[in-house]
Write a protein that binds this ligand. Structure first.
Ligand code: NBP
Length: 477
């Protein structure tokens, strides 16, 4: 019998995805540039299901039933193009190349258009959940045509994570929609991690808790509205002791955060779309700052407060305020992320269902959380919601948290502890709800130095004031 699906690229992600497919009863053709990886998979896990190992590209293609479903799990970028160039000439009309790597959505759009010309479906699929997710059920964000999804979707839904019996996989939209949404997922993941980092830093620096005590706080928070995979692992990491030194593990890890680029892609794309994603941007900048040893070394002697930790009842009260600040900031960063998805969907005519994105992120992926059910509910109530902050439930919660949130940001500023995520989220909240913004002054300045014109609040039209002459106002439209 022929294989229903094939995987080429059998490093950790491809191998685990192939095993996941086989464990679900699919016959899986296997291929890897270096044959040793294919042999190793069959030797180690061959008894988990039906694998068809192949060595050459032609053998691999021949092993697949029609229409062919060919999953590519190689390094993103040039290797993906190389693999497409190798396989595309061997395929027939209606066959599918499925890219499960972390491709940039613009590359996916380019590849999809090129392959469509040749009658081959190119399906860019965002996959989140790391190696563990690939094996046991990731969150899967497929783009590509509806026709390709009809032939592929049921398999992806089958092997995805499930929450309440529902799959964490759904057709996101045409061409690059899946990889775009995966990119925003990673951006939100950056923002979540930054906010968690700030909460931890404040609990240590301001409240005076030690890592084990902070771990207990996170464990408690994980039983409430903040419950999520990232809060859970934070508790575990903070409770861990370094076996070599006996010190808290977090204290022996170098404080220079690295990144593979999807957060940066999110921010660059958001800038192009004109969508403020300050939570994600601050998180990306915070990682860059942390790794810039030259900059940090040069600034180390700069003046600032030398605070004594709060301690006692004040520390306990502050801890509760930090929970509120973290929750409110999280709502803001998700609101920004969803606005970015809406902007991308509009720009590229993807027709993305915002509630469906929330639904498939409830399980399998890094930002999985009970919270996402709430976002789904908000969009179910009002699919045209302009911002999550306008949803009655979120508005009520953030309103209840805002006083504590302000206390935390003010305390951080007073004690000299950087909290860019909390502060930027609060600034966004206050700017959105402001009656008037200083943008009026910005417009006046632009008109002054560049005759860029302005609109008035009291009547229609476009105006310019002759600043350098008599300061008379002229209508220019
Ligand atoms: P890697 O990203 O490390 O890629 C290794 C694979 O690419 C190997 O199979 C290798 O073949 C193949 N490859 C390369 Br490199 N250049 C090639 C070429 N020119 N032609 C053919 N094959 C080539 O693997 P990974 O960590 O399993 O990730 C796979 C994809 O999944 C990536 O796009 C990654 O960004 C994405 N992803 C990873 C994670 C994660 O947690 N790791 C999560 C989500 C998505 P070889 O064996 O012959 O060298």
């Amino acid at each position: 019998a022929k294989a229903q699906i094939g995987v080429t690229g059998l490093a950790v992600m491809g191998r685990n995805l192939a095993r996941n497919l086989a464990r679900h009863g699919y016959t899986v053709a296997l291929h890897n540039r270096t044959a040793a990886r294919t042999e190793e998979l069959v030797a180690q896990f061959g008894d988990e299901g039906d694998f068809v190992p192949t060595t050459g590209a032609a053998d691999f293609v021949a092993a697949l039933e029609r229409p062919r479903r060919l999953v590519v799990m190689v390094k993103a970028g040039e290797p993906t193009d190389a693999v497409i160039d190798e396989f595309a000439p061997l395929l027939d009309d209606g066959d599918m190349i499925i890219d499960g790597g972390n491709a940039h959505f613009a590359d996916t759009r380019r590849r999809e258009a090129a392959l469509r010309e040749r009658g081959v479906h190119f399906v860019g699929v965002g996959i989140s959940g790391g190696e563990e997710g690939a094996l046991n059920g990731p969150s899967i964000m497929p783009g590509g045509s509806a026709e390709a999804y009809a032939a592929l979707g049921p398999i992806l839904e089958d092997i995805s994570a499930h929450v309440g019996g529902e799959p964490c996989a759904a057709h996101i939209g045409p061409d690059g929609a899946g990889h775009f949404v995966k990119m925003v997922h990673n951006g939100i993941e950056y923002a979540d991690m930054q906010l968690i980092g700030e909460a931890y830093d404040l609990l240590r620096g301001a409240a005076g808790l030690d890592p084990a005590q902070v771990a207990d706080v996170f464990r408690r928070w994980n039983t409430g509205r903040l419950q999520s995979y990232l809060i859970e692992i934070t508790g575990e990491v903070l409770a861990h002791t370094d076996p070599a030194t006996g010190a808290p593990f977090v204290d022996v890890v170098a404080d220079a955060a690295e990144q593979k680029g999807t957060g940066r892609w999110t921010v660059v794309t958001a800038l192009d779309l004109g969508v403020p994603v300050s939570g994600i941007a601050e998180a990306v900048f915070a990682r860059s700052l942390s790794g810039n040893t030259g900059l940090r070394g040069a600034a180390r002697g700069l003046d600032g407060p030398r605070p004594a930790p709060l301690g006692g009842a004040a520390a306990a009260a502050f801890t509760e305020q930090v929970e509120q600040a973290l929750y409110a900031s999280k709502i803001v960063s998700y609101a920004q992320g969803w606005n970015m998805i809406a902007a991308g969907s509009e720009q590229y005519a993807w027709g993305i269902d915002p509630g469906a994105v929330a639904a498939i992120w409830r399980g399998g992926c890094i930002i999985r959380a009970a919270f996402l059910d709430r976002i789904r509910a908000a969009y179910a109530k009002d699919p045209g919601l302009a911002t999550l902050l306008a949803d009655a439930e979120f508005a009520r919660e953030i309103g209840a948290a805002q006083q504590a949130w302000r206390e935390v940001v003010a305390t951080a500023a007073r004690l000299g502890i950087a909290a860019p995520g909390f502060s930027a989220a609060l600034a966004y909240y206050d700017a959105l709800r402001a009656e008037r913004l200083p943008a009026a002054l910005t417009q006046a300045q632009r008109d002054y130095f560049g005759a860029h014109t302005y609109r008035r609040t009291d009547r229609p039209g476009v105006f310019h004031t002759a600043w350098g002459q008599d300061r008379a106002e002229h209508r220019t439209d």
